[in-house]
Every structure is written in structure tokens, then in C-alpha cells.
Design a protein around this ligand. Structure first.
Ligand code: NAD
Length: 485
């Protein structure tokens, strides 16, 4: 299929207003809201504050576009996705800057990583096919399992990976024949809006719609009778509201939510080699990721040495403005999350836990900066162990007995991910088997293999994304029984 190339332009002139993508047009909203740079907490751009009416127009556009889009062959839809990929690649440097400015993550490392992770994944995912499966066949009849798209998919995303999530949500939905209405987080609307500007030049009108604004737009999407599925990434509190709202019209839901992932360093681990890897697993993206190692359990035999080495390593890492190439970690994305972390730090101080590094925020510093903080051996029932911190604070907890640490690792309502570190692979795998979570990484930090389904157990999620199972979650099963004679 011939998909026309897009015209590109430098788009970091924040004086020019961004528009939402509704029914193939880039449109303003009646009012706008300010987007803040987390490194300064000062506004640097305006985004459209979409209304319920805008959201409903987007839903109607997606519904209208669905029959023709679903009728295309997968190869035809793939060609559109590849054209979108080409446009994103062509504008990659601009997106990396935009991502760093609105999210806070350093441009030279984590923002570059995010864009480079997301882009190549588009054509690979678009090349995947959900084939019809023949379940039974004899001379008289054939039984087939076919798949059909659902219709309109509402995608709701958070602020920690605002570039990647636009694509992780919309591409699998579109390639399987659905149309999409996407709502970014109000803290990070710009990457989505800019993707929308490029997509407007590529995709048929209504196939992808992007509406920005406050949290109040979420229920318009989740309650609409014209939306067939909600795919959500965000907090468990919001996810459970979405599940309730979706019940009214029996929508399909994919929920990717919070976690409190344990990292377990087994007695035989080469703990010195593990220090930088566990640091990255815990504090990458300043701890603002769902699958960050949020509790690090280390065996008593090397606990003290590990904490000392971890602190020494952490001191080599700087926290600063994401646009500064010397910053290893950036600020917290928004004031709401900053205040939550500050409260956790206060609780840690008030309880007199040992804090060998960091521990308090400097309010005189501009921006949402939280220093890397290590909390040494707080009790299991402390807030810093029990709650999802979503920031650069990590508790390192000593344990003696492996069975006991597995029980502690599982004693949570969450079940998103875990990492297990050890020299004896069979032993490490045996522990991995006993962890109740959707993902376990053995001897490596959290990666996202392309064909691996990603999802959480317990209150961390429902259904999966990625891989064939993730694609299938955007479709209905249809069993077709064919009598041949
Ligand atoms: P959040 O739940 O506050 O918001 C997420 C999105 O939901 C935003 O777009 C928000 O506007 C929207 N929203 C808010 N109220 C809504 C409602 N009533 N109905 C519909 N939509 C509504 O989460 P956040 O603060 O943006 O992100 C942080 C959380 O996300 C953390 O708990 C983290 O663990 C989780 N997270 C999970 C994953 C995962 O894949 N499991 C990935 C990243 C982040």
C-alpha cells in the first residue's frame, strides 16, 4: 500500500499552540492548561484542555472510522504503522527533547532510551498476525477459532513513559483492526499531541484520536456506550474505578497498574557485580516506573557490605535537570508525586530508620528534585517497604532464611514483577517460580522482550499487553463451525 510521506518541521517552538487530533483534524480546545518543566516547575508550553464534548466527538469519529479500518487487510494496516514509524524516526531528536522537557528524565540517557525502545517496536508489532486456528477438522466439518476486532479502544496512560505508552497502547489496538481514542496524563500531554500531529498526516481520519485535558475526561471514555475496550496504565486506585465504570457496558479492560516489586539477592550471588544492576533496577527513571525494584532483600551474610557498596555507587550518580548531559537521574515528574515521596521521607525520619544516603528534600531548590535515598533495614511493616514509593528511595532489607524472604516478597496485594539474583541458576529459577507476579527477571534488570506478554497478578493488573496474547486481548474470539457435508 502506498502511504504518503509526512511533511516535518521543527516543533519545539512552544509559542505555537498544540492541537488535539480528532477525526483527522488538529483542533484547539476552548481553553488550555500549562505544562510544567519538572526541573523548574515553571510552565513552558500550553496544551488544549479538551471538554467532554471534545471527547465525545473523538469517540464518534473513532466509531465512524472503525468499519473501513477493520475491513482493511492486516498488511494494509501494517503499511500505515510503518509510515507512522518512519515519521517518528525522522523526528526522533525532537521527541527526545520534548520527552525530557515534559517528563524530566535526562535527554542523553533515559529519554533517548525510551524513544529508541518504542520506535523499532512499532514495525515489529505491526508485522505480527493473529492467524485463524483450526481447532478440529475431519471429513464432515471444520472448527475454526477466528478473531475479530472489538471496535473503539479507549487508551488512558500515565506520566512516567509518556512517549512509549502512546505507542504501546495505540499500535496493537490499530493493527488488530480497532480504532483508538487516547487520553494522556495531564502532566505529560505533549509527546502524545506531537505524535497526533504526525499521525494526522498519515492515518485515515478517526483511526487515532488524541484528547488532552484533566482527569475528568477519563470517565467520559470509560462510561461511553460507544467504547468497546479500555486499555489503561496507571495506579491501582484509578484502575479499580475504571473497572467499575466499564462494568456498566461490559467493556473489555486491560489494566496495567501499580507494583511493589521485590529484588531478592540469594546467598550465593556475586553481590559486588550486582550493585550497579540492582541500582539501575531500583532507581532507573528516578524510581518512577511500575516495575522498579521497590524493595531490595539481601542475605544477612553480605547485607552490611552490600549497603555500603550500594551507597558508594549511588554517590557517583547525579540528580539534575534532564537537559543537562551530566545528570544521571532527573527530577520527579510532578508536585503531587513529589509530595507523596516527601511524606514517605518524613515517615522514615520520624521512625528513626537508618538512612545512609539522602533522606530529605531541599525545598530551596527549584524543581521536583528528590535526592537518591537509601533506607537501611527498615522493618517489614514500615511504609517504605509496604507502599509503592515511585521515586528514588530504596529500602535495603536483610533476611536470613530464603523461604521467609519468598513469603515476605509475596505478602503484598501487588504482583507486577520481581528480580531474583543468584549464581546457581536452577536455584534462582526455583525461587522465581514461587514469586506471585506477572514477570520475573533472573540476573538482569527489567527488560521488555518483544514477544513476551506483560501484565500483573493480583491488584497489579488484568489481562496482558505485548506478544500475541497482548494482540489477542484487543480482539473477540469467534468460533466458527463449518459443516462440509
Ligand atoms: P493515575 O492512575 O493517577 O493516572 C493515570 C491516568 O488515568 C491519567 O491519564 C489520568 O488522567 C487518568 N485518570 C485519572 N482518574 C481517572 C478516572 N476516574 N477514570 C479514568 N481515567 C482516569 O496514575 P499516574 O499517577 O499517572 O501514574 C502512576 C501510577 O501508574 C503508579 O501507581 C504506577 O505503578 C502505575 N504504572 C503502572 C504501569 C504498568 O504497566 N503496570 C506502568 C506505569 C505506571
Amino acid at each position: 500500500m502506498d502511504v504518503s510521506p509526512v511533511t516535518t518541521r521543527e516543533r519545539l517552538d512552544f509559542g505555537a499552540p498544540y492541537g488535539m487530533l480528532i477525526d483527522g483534524e488538529i483542533v484547539p480546545a476552548a481553553t488550555t492548561f500549562e505544562v510544567l518543566n519538572p526541573a523548574t516547575n515553571r510552565p513552558f508550553a500550553d496544551a488544549p484542555r479538551g471538554s467532554a464534548e471534545d471527547m465525545n466527538r473523538a469517540i464518534a469519529a473513532a466509531k465512524g472510522a472503525f468499519p473501513a479500518w477493520a475491513a482493511l487487510s492486516a498488511a494494509e494496516r501494517e503499511a500505515y504503522m510503518v509510515a507512522l514509524y518512519d515519521a517518528l524516526e525522522e523526528n526522533k531528536e525532537e521527541f527526545i527533547t520534548l520527552l525530557s522537557l515534559e517528563q524530566g528524565k535526562p535527554r542523553h540517557n533515559q529519554a533517548t532510551f525510551e524513544v529508541n525502545l518504542a520506535n523499532p517496536w512499532i514495525p515489529k508489532t505491526a508485522a505480527s498476525r493473529l492467524e485463524t486456528v483450526v481447532l478440529e477438522e475431519d471429513e464432515e466439518r471444520r472448527v475454526e477459532l477466528r478473531r475479530s476486532p472489538l471496535g473503539v479502544v479507549g487508551a488512558i496512560i500515565p506520566w512516567n513513559y509518556p512517549y512509549l505508552h502512546v505507542l504501546w497502547k495505540s499500535v496493537p489496538a490499530m493493527i488488530t483492526g480497532n480504532t483508538v481514542v487516547l487520553k494522556p496524563s495531564p502532566y505529560t500531554p505533549l509527546c502524545a499531541l506531537r505524535i497526533g500531529e504526525l499521525a494526522a498526516q498519515i492515518l485515515p481520519a478517526g483511526v487515532l484520536n488524541i484528547v488532552t485535558g484533566g482527569n475528568e475526561l477519563g470517565p467520559v471514555l470509560t462510561e461511553s456506550p460507544d467504547v468497546d475496550m479500555i486499555t489503561f496504565t496507571g495506579s491501582t486506585a484509578t484502575g479499580s474505578k475504571i473497572m467499575a465504570a466499564a462494568a456498566g457496558t461490559v467493556k473489555r479492560v486491560t489494566l496495567e497498574m501499580g507494583g511493589n516489586d521485590p529484588a531478592i539477592l540469594l546467598p550465593d550471588v556475586d553481590w559486588k557485580a550486582a550493585v550497579p544492576k540492582v541500582f539501575a533496577a531500583a532507581l532507573g527513571n528516578s524510581g518512577q516506573w511500575c516495575i522498579a525494584a521497590k524493595r531490595v532483600y539481601v542475605h544477612n551474610s553480605f547485607h552490611e557490605d552490600f549497603v555500603a557498596a550500594f551507597v558508594e555507587y549511588a554517590k557517583t550518580q547525579s540528580v539534575g535537570d534532564g537537559m543537562n548531559p551530566t545528570s544521571d537521574l532527573g527530577p520527579i515528574n510532578n508536585r503531587m508525586q513529589y509530595e507523596k515521596i516527601r511524606e514517605l521521607l518524613e515517615d522514615t525520619r520520624a521512625n528513626g530508620y537508618r538512612v545512609p544516603l539522602g533522606g530529605s528534600v531541599d525545598d530551596s531548590r527549584e524543581g521536583n528534585f528528590v535526592p537518591i535515598t537509601v533506607v537501611d533495614n527498615p522493618p517489614e511493616n514500615s511504609r517504605i517497604v509496604q507502599e509503592e514509593q515511585f521515586g528514588p528511595i530504596v529500602p535495603i532489607i536483610a533476611y536470613e532464611d530464603v523461604d521467609d524472604v519468598v513469603a515476605r516478597a509475596n505478602a503484598t496485594v501487588f504482583g507486577l514483577g520481581a528480580t531474583v539474583w543468584g549464581s546457581d541458576l536452577d536455584r534462582a529459577l526455583e525461587i522465581a517460580d514461587r514469586i506471585d507476579s506477572g514477570n520475573v527477571w533472573v540476573n538482569e534488570g527489567q527488560s521488555h522482550p518483544l514477544n513476551a506478554p506483560f501484565g500483573g497478578h493480583k491488584q497489579s493488573g488484568l489481562s496482558v499487553e505485548h506478544g500475541n496474547e497482548g494482540l489477542a486481548s484487543h480482539t473477540n474470539n469467534k468460533t466458527v463451525v463449518i459443516r462440509k457435508k
